[in-house]
Design a protein around this ligand. Structure first.
Ligand code: HEC
Ligand code: HEC
Length: 226
């Protein structure tokens, strides 16, 4: 009994007298190591999917995608956003991620999720092409799945000429969808195309034409066009 009392007294006194280091000096506390997975989980997972797939926005866990998009573009989009629902995330752009951690994230994604990826034959980025030619290509290659280009017909996989959809997405996003599809949703918008030769793939200029066609269907008033 006495012992317990003494101990209690000692602990109280020690705490009160500051003998027990209740708080370490700030210099002694090590910041937890920043990992790319941690940065991804905190800043990307909600939209691009917890596992890098199956989110509302395109999968980042896609080796062909990561082998195709230039590293500096990946940094740029992550840092500055895409003028759409993709936010600017680097601290220098008013976002929550330290700029150095954006680099850590990008290297991690490329190193892990990009491993063994074969670059697509069409570049990640490119100019808009000819919209009229794009209309013809759309009817031949996309319409079965995405419906007639009147913004209303759903096709088998949903309209992509719906004006409200087009207001939400950038031209780059349309382009990436064509070149990379959504492998996580078993969407191969890069072919094969129903009713076409099995090996039919969009050339670079055909992709540019289809994007120009889709972009031409985007309403301009109050639009989010870049
Ligand atoms: C065999 C069917 C098929 C064909 C052909 C096809 N797609 Fe897709 N596409 C899909 C599926 C499935 C999805 C994923 C739909 C979803 O989000 O659930 C998709 C998604 C998309 C999206 C993204 C929608 C979003 O979520 O933002 C775009 C843009 C798109 N396709 C464009 C095209 C274009 C342009 C063509 C023609 C060059 C094409 N697709 C051909 C099946 C197809
Ligand atoms: C609030 C949801 C949201 C968050 C959070 C988010 N993204 Fe995005 N991201 C999007 C959307 C939506 C798009 C497509 C936007 C468009 O239309 O251009 C996109 C596009 C992108 C693209 C370009 C895709 C392409 O080729 O068109 C990259 C790269 C990207 N995001 C990376 C990231 C990374 C890395 C993070 C985390 C550091 C992140 N995003 C966080 C929603 C988000």
């Amino acid at each position: 009994m006495m012992r317990a009392l003494l101990t209690t007294t000692f602990v109280l006194c020690a705490a009160a007298c500051g003998k027990i280091p209740l708080q370490q000096p700030a210099s002694a506390i090590k910041a937890p190591a920043v990992t790319w997975q941690g940065v991804y989980a905190a800043n990307c997972a909600a939209c691009h999917g917890v596992t890098g797939e199956l989110g509302g926005a395109r999968p980042m866990k896609n080796a062909a995608y990561l082998a195709t998009i230039p590293r500096d573009k990946l940094v740029e989009v992550t840092s500055k956003g895409q003028g759409t629902l993709m936010p600017a995330l680097a601290a220098s752009q008013g976002g929550p991620i330290a700029d150095a951690d954006v680099q850590t994230l990008v290297d991690g994604m490329i190193g892990e999720w990009g491993k063994g990826g074969t670059p697509a034959s069409v570049a990640w980025e490119g100019p808009l092409g000819n919209a009229d030619n794009g209309a013809t290509l759309y009817a031949a290659n996309c319409q079965t799945c995405h419906g007639a280009a009147n913004g209303k017909a759903p096709g088998t996989h949903g309209s992509i000429t719906d004006p409200n959809y087009l207001r939400l997405v950038s031209d780059q996003s349309l382009r990436s969808s064509i070149v990379f599809g959504r492998a996580d949703l078993h969407a191969s918008c890069d072919g094969p195309y129903p009713g076409q030769a099995a090996n039919k793939r969009m050339t670079s200029s055909e992709v540019a034409d289809v994007v120009a066609f889709l972009a031409s269907k985007r309403p301009q008033m109050g639009s989010t066009k870049r």
